[in-house]
Design a protein around this ligand. Structure first.
Ligand code: UTP
Length: 295
């Protein structure tokens, strides 16, 4: 019987160069979707999939993330005194949804290295990895589906989405075989950012992983790869020599908020869904679209 998946690791220590100059002083994981930072959505997804312990990998210029998940007694007292009970509940609930821990990656040596920082905390347990800038819509149910797959098969699982073949060079790419479950593939190979001509498929690795603890042994053995970074894809490739790995396929609901266009899409789609500001935002959008001749 496999151990349950109860720990999640959220790497959020990267430089976020695609979001400069904003990300020079504010982490891209704190970009707002109206009044909630991106990292809030990631933590909420982990909690919804059953995680009770969350480790955020951060760095020295990203302290504001720790403040976001910490108590703020003076503000709590002020909100209470003003009778702002909804706001008070919101800021306290953020701190109570799970045990949230932080560890610093001293140098941004790559995603594989960032995940390796979690070894002592995770120990001998399976764990989920959610990239700190990748929002998955709850209707896609990606992480929950991956946890179900792990519970059934006991092997590592990685999220895969079909992309335009011309775009595969921006992602980790998986070679796969079918299984008797339409959603699940058997991963037979992995390559980081392949040229489209040599890519084994158009299935891209997308921001969610569920690993057995054996991955840490492989990360320790992994040297710098593409771009001089310690790539998780390389460690996963060595893991494949030892263990079965599954791909959990999904087709929609992913926003790479570290990329400007995708961030804007996330703001628009997720704001439209809100009960409070959604209706007013719809009017604003309709107005802008009419003015710009888009409808
Ligand atoms: P990205 O490549 O999207 O993030 O890594 P980045 O390097 O910050 O962004 P750009 O390319 O410079 O714009 C995916 C996730 O892995 C984390 C990032 O914070 C992001 O959440 N990461 C990446 C680390 O935690 N450490 C690293 O060394 C690299």
């Amino acid at each position: 019987m496999s151990k349950p998946v109860r720990k999640a690791v959220i790497p959020a220590a990267g430089f976020g160069t695609r979001f400069l100059p904003f990300s020079k002083s504010v982490p891209k994981e704190m970009l707002p979707i109206v009044d909630r930072p991106v990292i809030d959505f990631i933590v909420a997804e982990a909690v919804a999939a059953g995680m009770t312990d969350i480790l955020i990998i951060t760095s020295r210029h990203k302290k504001v993330m720790e403040d976001h998940f910490d108590r703020f007694p003076e503000l709590e007292v002020a909100l209470e005194a003003k009778g702002k009970s909804d706001e008070l509940k919101q800021i306290v609930d953020i701190t109570k949804q799970a045990n949230i821990h932080f560890i610093r990656q001293g140098e941004a040596l790559g995603l594989g290295h960032a995940i390796g920082m979690a070894e002592a905390h995770v120990g001998d347990e399976p764990f989920a990895v959610l990239l700190g800038d990748d929002i998955m819509h709850e209707r896609a149910g990606v992480l929950s589906g991956m946890v179900d797959a792990y519970n059934t098969h006991g092997s590592s699982v990685v999220a895969l989405m079909e992309v335009d073949p011309q775009d595969i060079g921006s992602y980790g790419c998986a070679a796969t075989e079918s299984t008797d479950n339409d959603r699940l593939k058997k991963v037979t190979g992995l390559v980081e950012k392949p040229k489209p001509e040599v890519a084994p498929s158009n299935l891209a690795v997308m921001g969610r992983y569920l690993f057995t603890p054996t991955i840490f042994e492989e990360i320790r053995k992994t040297g710098p790869g593409v771009g001089g970074e310690i790539q998780i894809t390389d460690a996963m490739l060595s893991l494949l020599d030892r263990e079965q790995m599954l791909g959990y396929t999904f087709s929609e609901g992913r926003f790479d908020t570290g990329k400007k266009e995708d961030y804007l899409r996330a703001v628009v789609e997720l704001t439209l869904e809100r009960d409070d500001v959604g209706p007013a935002f719809r009017e604003i959008l309709a107005d802008v679209c009419r003015r710009e001749g888009l409808v």
